[in-house]
Design a protein around this ligand. Structure first.
Ligand code: PRX
Length: 654
């Protein structure tokens, strides 16, 4: 039987949960008020949660004024992020498990990596990086599967002051090459293959292809993970495991400024070129660790599992930096939810006695369709808090998660945030804020959300309202700039609504002051919780010799949230066919990666354009949504008849 969602329901945590929680309702109200009334005092106190080499004397120094945007936190403090995530726990936690590694194949034993081992492995990798000439400020691209070496690599970079940029292992050689070149990386760290769901992605082969488009100076450190055959280029390729075995087991850490970059992470925007989001050291770590502890109500002894990939920001903040800064035990999973069967997530939860489980609505929806019996087989009694991230969670999925995974008793935290924000922005704190299915509820400490009118840019003061979501003031985890392009940073986030950080999302605020994200209002779509710029997919399509023009929009998709719908106009004389459709799909996979493959391609003899040549995307979106009864005014189109053809041949008829 389908679970019936009750969208108006409010779910309160149990009295027992509240009694044991870090933050209850009273504390939340008090702390939130303090955090926005006097951010300097609030963050001066909470900045102490990490270890500083040179303590900071300045706290907040931020300016959101367009043209002068400048964001600094704890600017005169110095620290090392790797030392905060490892060394400072050595006195009390050397033998505690820092990382549980669960491999793709459940027959391979899991690894329990202690903090002592983490220090040794990270040091060895840091020494290898140093031996190939990596210095403070250099960029290192990481293109790895979800294996412990990914964690060592991140922490090794942080240890020696190098800036890492992780490229998700599902991205194509072209996408990898673009990122290596954009940040001018000295080194790329990869593996032979990435096993996932029983299949293997040839990472080294992809890297070889990418490096054909990069400087000859880029070194390639290779983890021989599966041991399968790979092509080897002497002088450029280095066997990383072997070098680590030979390297010294300790590497001193470097003193870094709070505002020295920690990592760059490329994300999609509304133009074709991905944006290199820059996060720095001090503020980011304070924010990642505080949100990890409070949003999930993490306590010593808990096992924390965030199912994201380290290639996304969620993996950065909630597999590695947040949990490890807190001395937590964090689980890293190499596989997928449905391999070898649809019970894998729950089997892993039972096996490792997971306390906090954090995943994406798309995963829940896909598992929901396979039936609750896969969950019910496993003992989930260790679970305390469930989390959701990446897109709005629909009430059906929320209810299924709550009923079958949470057994109706575990708080669910729906966390709204972005690559740019470093950590959670809107989220319930589980012991303090009752949940409403589908709402990310209230702001985290220090976050000042405002709802603006998209047309007039006026702030809506009334509680119950709808508009675009902006943030009125800085918080420590905020991105500082776009790599090498501060101008574009200001343009992208501070130009549209002057004086505010613009999230790109629409939202509604209800009578209780709860926020409900309604989705992106720009040309970014959200496919299975992954951000995809429609312009990126369009540039990939038009790069194909048979394509004259392409327009890409999102449409509602049962599992993915949004699917990719491409309208394609072919070159003169080229005949549409199913074979060509497959060829285009494969082409986009190759240009960007499998996540960008269009779900639906419609042949469009013409696109709806205004007389000045602008594509009317509103119309394309409506047709893709199969909602063409309300197309609005089409009289400004140069040739209104193209719309009839598009409607007649539409691909989504649900
Ligand atoms: O549209 C929002 C959506 O994901 C976007 C950010 O994507 P990305 O930078 O890839 O980061 C994803 C993980 C932090 C946002 O602009 N989004 C993220 N979380 C939620 C969400 N939409 C609704 N509810 C959420 N909990």
């Amino acid at each position: 039987m389908k679970d019936q969602p009750d969208a108006s329901a409010v779910y309160k945590p149990s009295d027992d949960f509240v009694a044991n929680a870090h933050v209850d309702a009273g504390a939340y109200a008090k702390m939130y008020a303090a955090s926005v009334a006097d951010p300097d005092a609030f963050w001066a106190e909470h900045g102490q949660r990490i270890d500083w080499i040179q303590p900071f004397t300045k706290v907040k120094n931020t300016n959101f004024e367009f043209g002068k945007v400048d964001i600094k936190w704890f600017e005169d403090g110095t620290l090392n992020v790797s030392a905060n995530c490892i060394d400072r726990h050595m006195i009390t936690r050397a033998n505690q498990t820092a990382i549980i590694w669960e491999p793709d194949d459940p027959k391979t034993p899991a690894l329990h990596i202690t903090y002592a081992k983490l220090l040794e492995e990270t040091s060895r990798m840091a020494n290898v990086l140093k031996s190939v000439g990596v210095k403070k400020g250099d960029r290192v691209v990481i293109y790895l599967p979800m294996i412990p070496e990914a964690a060592y690599a991140m922490l090794a970079c942080a240890r020696i002051g190098a800036i890492h940029s992780i490229v998700f292992a599902g991205f194509s050689p072209d996408a990898l090459a673009n990122r290596i070149n954009d940040c001018d990386a000295k080194v790329v760290i990869t593996a032979d293959y990435a096993p996932r769901g029983g299949k293997k992605t040839p990472l080294k082969d992809n890297t070889d292809k990418a490096l054909l488009h990069c400087s000859d100076r880029v070194k390639c450190l290779v983890v021989k993970h599966t041991g399968d055959q790979i092509h080897w280029i002497a002088d450029r390729d280095i066997d990383l495991r072997q070098q680590m075995d030979w390297a010294k087991p300790y590497c001193p850490y470097v003193e870094m400024g709070a505002e020295d970059p920690l990592f760059i992470l490329y994300t999609s925007g509304s133009t074709g070129k991905p944006k290199g989001v820059v996060h720095t050291s001090g503020g980011y770590l304070v924010y990642a660790s505080m949100t990890q502890q409070l949003t999930f109500d993490y306590h010593d002894g808990d096992v924390f599992w965030c199912t994201a990939d380290v290639g996304w920001v969620t993996g950065h903040s909630y597999i590695i930096y947040g949990p490890l800064a807190n001395g937590a035990t964090t689980l890293m999973f190499e596989g997928v939810p449905t391999f070898p069967d649809a019970g894998r997530f729950w089997e892993v939860c039972a096996k490792h006695k997971v306390s906090q489980f954090y995943t994406a609505p798309t995963a829940i929806r896909s598992l929901m369709g396979l039936g609750p019996e896969w969950v019910e087989k496993h003992d989930l009694s260790s679970l305390k808090v469930l989390g959701s991230v990446g897109e709005p969670i629909n009430p059906e999925a929320w209810n299924w998660y709550n009923t079958h995974v949470g057994k109706g008793t575990r708080p669910i935290v729906d966390t709204f945030w972005q690559t740019e924000t470093g950590g959670h922005m809107l989220t319930p704190l589980p012991g303090a804020i009752p949940a409403k299915p589908g709402s990310a509820t209230l702001p985290f400490f220090g976050v000042k959300p405002v709802v603006l009118d998209p047309a007039t840019a006026k702030v809506h003061d009334e509680v119950e309202t709808e508009g675009v979501l902006c943030i009125a003031d800085s918080w420590p985890g905020q991105m500082r700039t776009l790599w090498g392009d501060h101008e574009r940073f200001q343009e992208a986030y501070f130009a549209q609504y002057k004086g505010y950080y613009f999230t790109g999302d629409g939202c509604r605020r209800d009578a209780d002051g709860y926020y409900w994200i309604t989705g992106r209002v720009d040309d970014v779509i959200n496919v299975s919780g992954h951000r995809m710029g429609t312009a990126e997919v369009e540039s990939a399509l038009v790069a194909h010799e048979k394509v004259a023009e392409a327009a890409v929009v999102g449409y509602p998709h049962d599992i993915k949230g949004q699917g990719i719908y491409a309208y394609v106009t072919l070159m003169k004389g080229v005949e549409p066919s199913d074979a060509l459709r497959k060829e285009l799909e494969a082409f986009v996979r190759q240009e960007i990666g499998p996540i960008a493959k269009p779900d639906l391609i419609q042949w469009a003899p013409g696109l709806p354009k205004t007389r000045s040549g602008k594509i009317m995307r509103r119309i394309l979106r409506k047709i893709a949504e199969n909602d063409f009864g309300s197309l609005g005014d089409t009289s400004t189109l140069a040739d209104p008849s193209v719309v009839d053809d598009l409607i007649e041949n539409r691909m989504n008829r649900h």
